[in-house]
Design a protein around this ligand. Structure first.
Ligand code: BG6
Length: 498
């Protein structure tokens, strides 16, 4: 297990850009897509690239796709077409597809570095001069090193940036080793560790909400906030990813990346500017202030039937569910518990962040008035594609006397007209990586801090408890959060747009 202490690591600062400019013209790019026939490529990356190509946001691109499968250009184009038809949020007309197909090329990874270099050179020749390269490694962690070696051998490091998929290591030691290995070939400024949750509009809206308004930031601290929940149950099961999931589990698949990253947006101090270095600095301070995660603050679960899934060991100890309590030991948050929960095959698929405010003294209200009966006031963010925010509070129930009940003010991004401009998370992040903008990417230092704080849990995980598919997890989740309660399932649904 991780015994190596993290050295004081000083990474070169990511390319610093004074401010994001979303309208800047993008240099022509060859995108080299590794793992091009995999699940993520089919569901998100290929449809996303097609949309970027069509949308004029990235008009000058050529794509060199590669994977372990032995295909030619036409065979790959068929796969790409069916991926876009099945998963694309923007369907292509015949002309649009023909245009996209023309910029799609395939070279089997088995053909070696020279063949890859030639395919990239041909694609570059189609684009003219000053062409940049974006290598997207949509491959499992154990395959990433071979790809990096291949890029070096193919001499494709210059003028390039590389997007790395999670998990970034499996503990502190392996994360340090992976980062050291990457730095032998790429500068830190060339590396983009992707966390697609940060590409979601709703996640970025947390920054706007907190730092563009005078209303909430003054009460965004331990004096006014009682506890925080980040709850991301999924109804999905393994979706043919047993192989990946068995060696990953819910903590490494979801918490170390997505939940902690979103948490950092919720609790970080105001960054000095909306630029990569300032934001990474504040996020990394959050991770450094996190208390080590204690085994006794964690509930691990496994859905009944998991061990019978294809590709899963009969005695598997992998968790498909996790709930935990986290503490941030700084002036703003000391003593405020943050509860995180996520899992597969749960009762609902939803992603919420819920901020519970401290309760008011209730003495003036007569017993039975209903004050406090429905929990504290809450601010809730729903990270769905159509993101929502709600503020719930007590108000008077119309009628005689003083009876109180919970009311809420709700906002949904669907209510505004610009909603059509929304980019899917991966599209947004691929575009940012092509622009060299690290703002929404995670740093080596941040990831290493998280693994360091996870050491006790990784060394000594609590046993997995079974839960029935379609539920909210094992019963122990209630003890974990007591005397508070999980916000989900909601007692009232969101109001739908009329
Ligand atoms: C991925 C995880 O990163 O995120 C999956 O590997 C998970 O297990 C997915 O289902 C959830 O992402 P989203 O955007 O669909 O909520």
């Amino acid at each position: 297990m991780a015994t190596k202490k993290p050295q004081t690591i000083s990474y070169p600062a990511p390319e610093s850009r004074p401010h994001r400019t979303d309208t800047e013209t993008l240099e022509p790019h060859v995108i080299v897509l590794f793992g091009a026939t995999g699940d993520l490529a089919k569901r998100k990356l290929i449809p996303g690239l097609a949309h970027l190509d069509q949308s004029e946001l990235a008009p000058n691109i050529e794509i060199v796709a590669t994977s372990l499968e032995d295909l030619n250009d036409d065979e790959f184009r068929k796969i790409a077409k069916s991926a876009i038809d099945s998963f694309g949020s923007h369907q292509l007309t015949t002309d649009q597809w023909d245009n996209f197909a023309r910029i799609l090329h395939y070279v089997p990874q088995g053909a070696g570095p020279e063949a890859l270099a030639e395919a990239v050179a041909r694609a570059e020749a189609n684009l003219g001069t000053d062409v940049r390269r974006l290598h997207y490694l949509s491959v499992p962690p154990k395959a990433a090193r071979a790809v990096i070696d291949m890029l070096r051998e193919a001499d494709l490091v210059e003028r390039s940036r590389v997007v790395m998929e999670k998990p970034f290591g499996t503990d502190l030691e392996s994360a340090i080793a992976l980062n050291d290995f990457l730095h032998e070939t790429f500068e830190e400024s060339q590396i983009f560790r992707i966390d697609h949750f940060l590409g979601k509009e709703a996640a970025q809206n947390i920054l706007a909400f907190r730092f563009a308004n005078g209303l909430f930031e003054p009460i965004w601290n331990r004096n006014f906030i009682d506890h925080i929940q980040i709850d991301i149950p999924e109804t999905l099961g393994l979706d043919e990813r047993a192989n990946f999931y068995e060696s990953t589990g819910a903590y490494k698949d979801m918490v170390v990346t997505h939940l902690f990253q979103v948490m950092a947006f919720v609790v970080m101090e105001p960054p000095t500017a909306l630029e990569p270095r300032a934001i990474s600095e504040e996020k990394n301070k959050v991770f450094r202030s996190m208390l080590p995660i204690k085994t006794s603050d964690v509930v691990r679960g496994q859905f009944a039937g998991y061990r019978n899934e294809k590709g899963v060991a009969k005695d598997s100890d992998t968790e498909t569910f996790i709930a935990l309590k986290v503490g941030i030991d700084n002036w703003r948050w000391a003593g405020v518990p943050i509860y995180l929960r996520t899992g597969k095959k749960m009762a609902e698929g939803i992603r919420i962040i819920s901020i519970a405010f401290k309760e008011a003294p209730r003495t003036m209200f007569p017993p039975g008035s209903g004050v406090g009966a429905e929990g504290p006031d809450h601010l809730t963010f729903d990270l769905a594609d159509a993101s929502k925010v709600s503020l719930s509070f007590y108000g008077k129930r119309p009628g005689p006397g003083m009876k109180l009940y919970k009311l809420s003010m709700q906002f949904s991004s669907q209510e505004i007209d610009t909603v059509v401009d929304v980019l899917e998370a991966y599209e947004r992040l691929i575009l940012d990586a092509m622009r060299g903008d690290h703002t929404l990417f995670t740093t080596a230092e941040g990831i290493e801090s998280l693994w360091e704080r996870s050491a006790e849990l990784l060394d000594d995980p609590p046993p997995v408890k079974l839960y029935q598919p379609g539920t909210w997890g094992p019963n122990a989740i209630h003890q974990l959060i007591a005397p508070n309660a999980w916000r989900l399932p909601f007692e009232r649904g969101w109001r739908e747009r009329r």
